[in-house]
Design a protein around this ligand. Structure first.
Ligand code: NAP
Length: 282
């Protein structure tokens, strides 16, 4: 049986149905036989019901009912949720999307569970997330295929070593924000020349999507495409010299480097805070 066919017989519990949790519920609802979402506030529970899933405040009950559990609370709520479900997830697949909490901590917090880390991005809201799963050396196992099939309901999946998770978070997790800034800046540039904003925005979005598809389909190195557009003494080379003199390329390289560095710092802080909190509970 394929992993996709297996999912259709399984129950999924999403513990912490916030922004990313609701995106997971929405996209995975057709893939599973049953989906349960948890939260504390009535608004959260209503939102879960609005997505056609079962809503509950009881994480332990939800995890007990489920075959596959996703933990999608903020890091400071992780220890409380882990304590609640400890003992009812043995032998089950538990995927944490909580930024910064390491696999070793997950294994210690949830003994006996098959644990994975996932890092989806905000494009999960339109079922186009580019998600990383770790550990990459588990990818051939049967339960790993189930975890992969779950995140394929939200878009595409890449198995990566856990040590790349912070770079992934910068490049793929944060890139919708970086790309949104770049798109906004280019639209403002067009507005400066007198073009209406709506037209510039719509047309640029199309050009961005088509350029990404072009690079993927041909496939060619980005700089080859650049050279094909750049005619001598033309408009593109006049723009390119400005890009260089303003340090945009080096700036963007540093954006990913700085964001990764911050990701590492935060992960160390989050993981040790979670461990302290778990130790207090033991
Ligand atoms: N947003 C993203 O793009 C993204 C991407 C990748 C990973 N993540 C990770 O996903 C996690 C959630 O992020 P988010 O942006 O979705 O945050 P969020 O919108 O604040 O969602 C967290 C949810 O957890 C619920 N919650 C808190 N304590 C709970 C408990 N004890 N039991 C059950 N539910 C509880 C909250 O519901 P109530 O308000 O009802 O308590 C809230 O809706 C974070 O750890 C983040 O690192 C987020």
């Amino acid at each position: 049986m394929t992993a996709e066919a297996r999912l259709r017989r399984l129950t999924l519990a999403v513990l912490g149905a916030g922004r990313i949790g609701q995106a997971i519920i929405r996209a995975s609802k057709p893939c599973f036989s049953r989906v349960i979402g948890t939260g504390r506030r009535p608004e959260t529970l209503r939102a879960v019901e609005g997505l056609g899933a079962e809503a509950s405040r009881d994480n332990r009950w939800a995890a007990g009912e489920a075959d596959v559990v996703v933990i999608s609370v903020k890091p400071h709520h992780f220890a409380e949720v882990a304590r609640a479900i400890k003992g009812v997830v043995e032998g089950k697949i538990v995927v944490s999307v909580v930024a910064g909490v390491r696999l070793q901590t997950l294994r210690e917090a949830l003994p006996g569970a098959e644990v994975y880390r996932a890092m989806p991005n905000i494009n999960a809201l339109i079922a186009r997330s580019t998600t990383a799963l770790a550990p990459h050396d588990a990818r051939d196992r049967e339960d790993a295929a189930v975890a992969e099939a779950l995140f394929k309901c939200l878009g595409s999946v890449y198995w990566i070593p856990e040590e790349w998770m912070d770079a992934w978070t910068a490049l793929i997790g944060s890139s919708p924000a970086f790309l949104a800034e770049i798109i906004d800046a280019m639209v403002l540039g067009a507005v400066m020349t007198g073009m209406p904003r709506d037209l510039a925005y719509k047309a640029l979005l199309e050009a961005v999507k088509a350029t990404a598809e072009h690079l993927e389909k041909r496939p060619t190195h980005p700089l080859q495409l650049r050279d094909e557009v750049t005619t001598p003494a033309g408009t593109t080379i006049h723009g390119l010299i400005k890009l260089e003199s303003e340090g945009v390329k080096a700036g963007l390289m540093k954006v990913i480097e700085a964001s990764t560095k911050r990701g590492r710092e935060l992960a160390a802080l989050i993981d040790s805070a979670v461990r302290r909190s778990l130790n207090r509970q033991l």
